[in-house]
Ligand binder design. Structure first.
Ligand SMILES: C[S@@+](CC[C@H](N)C(=O)[O-])C[C@H]1O[C@@H](n2cnc3c(N)ncnc32)[C@H](O)[C@@H]1O
Length: 507
């Protein structure tokens, strides 16, 4: 029966959504949870609850009832106790009440934030919610004040005026949960980092036992846009025990995440940016050797305009430009299919895409006099305003480049965590004389490492192999995640990566 009701609910949801404008739905935070996710959340709830005689279910923002439907689907009838849902908008609430009328759901068509909390004896041991994501500027100031007062009474938390409605929902619900009860919240992950999320984090650390936070990878397409930066937060209404550890997972599904780490709550108390987990290692200070001890790490050079300053060998020949005005440069990593680059007799990388960086060692008079074709090219650049761009304008000669000698090891600056081999960043062994642009990080061995590498050519390859053995987690822990599952690694962050294994090679 539940399968039939769920398909009716989905059809109803579709019909009701199209009758409202996107603007109206935005203002009331009306975005339904996809069935797969709702079912996954209820399966997790079942696993976390363990064997219970009777589950009392509540959804403070029920909509058409995606979680209620999943609840009926996942929990056997014999486990089901009281079930309550709140919905402020009759547009969704009335048809949903009709749909579920035969199932015993107590559907309350009212504003949850104004509702009176039940006595302790009739509280709920399972609260599941995807609360309305209404930004603070859509919450009228009178209402906001009232919400703040009510939340303080319900949970002891003082919510910042910049917080979205979901923060109030989460803390207000405290008064609806039975002791030891479980709650699963599908909420925007921004509370994990921003200032206004502080009260929510305090609540999660002090008032309840925070069990697990799962974040979806931003490029995970299984859910709609509204969920791209969402997190699922699991908590139990119990005072946390000393030494408690919180599970942080990322990517994949809640049941099969890509990254998984336990973080002591003491560490979370001290760290304001929770989205660093599970990538970041718990214990801030890395006391062992780090890559920055062995290498001077620099971002590749900023040309000022890659299209203008980087030319292929063919373009240089066609324009009859003097080769002495150029030095080889690596193409961007997507054009480097191998992780070891060989150099030809002249030191040029032996790659299909052969690129050169314009960096003439002459002043303008010399160029005008001795290299007319190059002079024409510079004139073209001036006509395009390239000499006036910020980077070029701040150089002594607008067409010369920063000093970035070739580095024996380069690392990609951007990486995706969903690459097939699971390694977002690549270390490339550069046997050529090519420099690199800022899509790479360049690793220059410091003095003692440089001498050791000079004395022992085999070592270079061993070091490179060892660099590529550094676990993706160790690298991701230092970098940052951007939209679309993209990770960036700044020179300082790469310098902080543990180098225990690499150091061993130099003993
Ligand atoms: C993000 S939707 C989630 C709906 C449903 N639980 C789901 O997951 O598909 C949030 C729902 O909360 C309702 N809502 C907004 N403000 C509310 C309030 N103050 N009290 C109760 N429900 C509210 C919205 O109308 C919307 O149906």
């Amino acid at each position: 029966m539940i399968v039939k009701l769920e398909s009716e609910r989905l059809a109803l949801q579709g019909r009701l959504d199209v009758q409202k404008s996107a603007n109206e739905r935005n203002r009331m935070g009306q975005f339904a949870t996809p069935t797969v996710l709702a079912v996954e959340m209820l399966r997790c709830a079942k696993a976390l609850l363990g064997d219970r005689e009777c589950v009392h279910f509540m959804d403070p923002a029920i909509g058409t009832g995606s979680f209620y439907s999943a609840f009926l689907n996942v929990f056997p009838d014999s486990f089901i106790g009281s079930t309550v849902g709140y919905e402020v908008d009759p547009h969704y609430g009335r048809p949903a009440a009709r749909l579920w009328s035969s199932t015993g759901l107590d559907m309350r068509l009212e504003d949850f934030t104004q509702a009176k909390a039940p006595d302790p004896s009739s509280r709920f041991n399972l609260l599941i919610c995807n609360p309305p994501y209404v930004r603070h500027h859509h919450i009228a100031s009178g209402w906001k004040k009232q919400l703040q007062e009510r939340t303080l009474i319900a949970s002891g938390m003082e919510i910042n005026g910049l917080a979205g409605l979901y923060c109030y929902f989460l803390c207000l619900s405290h008064a609806w949960m039975s002791r030891g009860g479980l709650a699963g919240w599908l909420i925007p992950s921004e509370f994990m980092d921003v200032n206004y999320g502080r009260a929510v984090k305090r609540y999660l650390l002090d008032k309840v036992t925070l069990l697990h936070i799962h974040r979806f990878a931003p490029n995970d397409v299984q859910f709609n846009d509204a969920l791209v930066s969402s997190a699922v937060v699991w908590l139990r209404n119990d005072i946390p025990k000393a030494g408690h550890e919180v599970r942080f997972t990322y990517g994949g599904t809640m049941e099969r995440p890509v990254l998984d780490r336990l973080v002591p709550s003491d560490i979370l108390c001290e760290n304001s940016k929770w989205t660093h987990y599970p990538m970041k290692k718990n214990h801030g200070a890395n006391n062992g050797p780090v890559l920055g001890d062995i290498f001077r790490i620099k971002r590749g050079l900023v040309t000022g305009n890659n299209d203008y300053f980087i030319l292929s060998d063919r373009e240089i020949a066609q324009r009859e430009l003097p080769m002495e005005a150029f030095r080889p440069i690596l193409p961007s990593p997507r054009y480097v299919p191998v992780d070891e680059i060989q150099g030809d007799r002249k030191g040029n990388p032996m790659l299909e895409r052969r690129l050169f960086l314009l960096d003439p060692p002459w002043n303008e008079d010399e160029i005008m006099e001795r290299y007319p074709s190059l002079w024409v090219y510079l004139e073209e650049g001036r006509a395009q305003g390239i000499n006036d761009r910020y980077t070029c304008r701040h150089r002594k000669l607008w067409y010369t480049q920063e000093i970035r000698p070739p580095a024996p090891f380069v690392c990609t600056y951007l990486g995706r965590s969903d690459r097939k081999n699971g390694r977002p960043f690549r270390f490339i062994l550069n046997n050529s004389e090519a420099t690199a642009a800022n899509v790479y990080l360049m690793l220059y061995p410091k003095e003692s490492a440089r001498c050791a590498l000079q004395d022992n050519p085999v070592l270079k390859r061993q070091v490179w192999q060892m660099l590529n053995k550094i676990s993706p987690q160790a690298m991701l822990g230092e970098g940052r995640v951007y939209g679309g599952g993209l990770h960036k690694l700044e020179p300082r962050e790469l310098g902080n990566v543990s180098a225990r294994a690499v150091v061993g090679l130099f003993d």
